[in-house]
Design a binder for this molecule. Sequence first.
Ligand SMILES: [Mg+2]
Length: 168
Amino acid sequence: MKRSFPETVVEHAKHIRLLGLDVDGVMTDGRLYYGADGTEFKAFHVQDGSAMKRLIATGIPIAIISGRRSEALDRRAAELGVPHVFTGVDDKVATLDRVSTSTGIETRLMAYAGDDLPDLPVFDQVGLSLSVPNAHPAVIARADFVTATPGGMGAVREICDLLLGARE
Ligand SMILES: [Mg+2]
């Protein structure tokens, strides 16, 4: 069954031309797995990946903005053909501005999904702020829309469905 979204959220989503994504807690459940040799593992959801590819193919590029560096993420982003990937980011707003300059897409025409306090300044810049049920309560309180699906369990697919559905 197709999930329905609140009308006001869909109205905002119609204008969105780029999706920004935090990684830990949004594309994953937020847990970091460490191997004995220091290798870091993350678990991504396969349905998020197929939806991200569909969104990009429709003409809505994705920008991944993560505070952490991760080879697992680099690999996943390359596999999905994500055009803008920034890792080890201190200032997410400055990074979003760089994306805006390079794409010519104003930040108010962007959606951004995040789960933790460093994501809040980005919420102030974008046209549609999105979060997940496993987010910090202050982030949930500030988001325009919170997915029903937790981060790492298909939340990004839900967001992609929202943006794709709004354009229909
Ligand atoms: Mg996060």
